[in-house]
Design a protein around this ligand. Structure first.
Ligand code: PHE
Length: 352
């Protein structure tokens, strides 16, 4: 018995200890055999041997439990000593993604316009012709419909008017005006589609629309809003704009907005008034569009503007080929992408 307790105390690891347990207390273990032998004894012998054998079993069980706890503690101490984490080591290099310039610019625009009190509105990319054209004062056979190289969808059932891939974000103006009471101040960023492809055109690109509907709104509000937006976006106070008379069916009067730019160290940068380039379409919302949405144009007026997000990104961050935006080339993304954790904020400078 002392032998058994000694070898339990000397067991080098949990595995050896368990082998000893099986050899003593298992089905055909030595202690088990002694317990079984009690049955064959006469009462006097059993009365003498019984307490000894049961005492032995208890002692062995207790010795095994104590040794097990000791071995486990030793194992824990060993792991605590060896598996130390050195918090002063630099973090391991992990593969990390980057934010696409279009997403970055969309975040910047949302931040700038949120500060001016604009909410973000959305609409479907597969759009009904009424929203994309008709309600925007482009009835069927209106020549302006041909200005957009429209993708038409197959009708879902015979006789249904084919839906289109929206050719601009302007249908979101209609969705906003027909779904909420004025005053309205929204921007509508999103994908738009036209059948066109070269270095400055891709069949899918991004636009952002702005819409204000309220009482007593005039061109001055539009000009101030665009100037304020462009200054915040290009992070320069010397951004100059010119409004050139233009035509859109859904605005009257309409204006193309040109922004001044100059050469700086061989690069085109926005600012100053040496040269001009067109960056936005805009105008006062056509009274007929307001009426098409069930509002009284004598009571409500507004302005709208629209611009290409990809082009804004190219101008601000100096990319030259639009097609690279949609190639998914990791090297390009690494070079032009943004850190996922540096979310643009006005206080930090939206492009920072
Ligand atoms: N939807 C026009 C375009 O795609 C842009 C625009 C929007 C013009 C709003 C005026 C007002 O070219």
């Amino acid at each position: 018995m002392d032998d058994l307790i000694q070898s339990i105390d000397a067991a080098p690891d949990l595995q050896a200890l368990d082998a000893l347990r099986v050899a003593a207390l298992g089905k055909s273990g030595s202690v088990t055999a002694m317990l079984k032998s009690l049955g064959a004894m006469d009462p006097a012998q059993r009365a003498a041997e019984g307490p000894k054998i049961h005492g032995l079993r208890e002692a062995v069980t207790a010795a095994i439990a104590a040794k097990k706890a000791a071995l486990e503690n030793a194992e824990l101490d060993r792991r605590l000593a060896t598996e130390r984490l050195d918090l002063s080591l630099p973090a391991p290099v992990c593969p990390s993604g980057s934010v696409h310039p279009v997403s970055q610019v969309l975040d910047e625009l949302a931040e700038i316009f949120a500060d001016l009190g604009f909410a973000v509105a959305e609409g479907p990319e597969i759009e009904e012709q009424w929203y994309n054209f008709t309600a925007l004062n482009m009835p069927e056979s209106h020549p302006a419909r041909a200005m957009h190289d429209t993708f038409y969808c197959e009708p879902r059932e015979p006789g249904e008017e084919p839906r289109v891939l929206r050719t601009h974000t302007s249908p979101v103006q209609i969705r906003a005006m027909t779904s909420q009471p004025p005053p309205i101040r929204i921007i509508a960023p999103g994908r738009v589609y036209r059948s066109d492809s070269d270095a400055t055109h891709t069949p899918m690109f991004h636009q952002i629309e702005g819409l204000v509907i309220d009482k007593g709104i005039h061109l001055g509000h539009l000009k101030w809003t665009l100037e304020t937006f462009l200054k915040a976006f290009f992070e320069r106070d010397d951004v100059a704009i010119r409004m050139i008379p233009s035509y859109f069916p859904f605005t009257e009067p309409s204006a193309d907005v040109h922004v001044g730019w100059s050469w700086e160290n061989g690069r085109r940068v926005i600012g100053g008034s040496e040269n001009w380039m067109e960056v936005l379409g805009s105008g006062m919302v056509h009274p007929r569009v307001i009426a098409n949405c069930g509002l009284d144009p004598d009571q409500w007026q507004g302005f709208a503007f629209g611009t290409g997000v990809d082009r804004l990104a190219m101008l601000k961050y100096g990319m030259s080929d639009l097609r690279a935006f949609f190639d998914g080339d990791l090297r390009w993304l690494k070079h032009y992408g943004f850190n996922a954790l540096s979310v643009p904020t006005l206080s930090a400078g939206v492009g920072a």
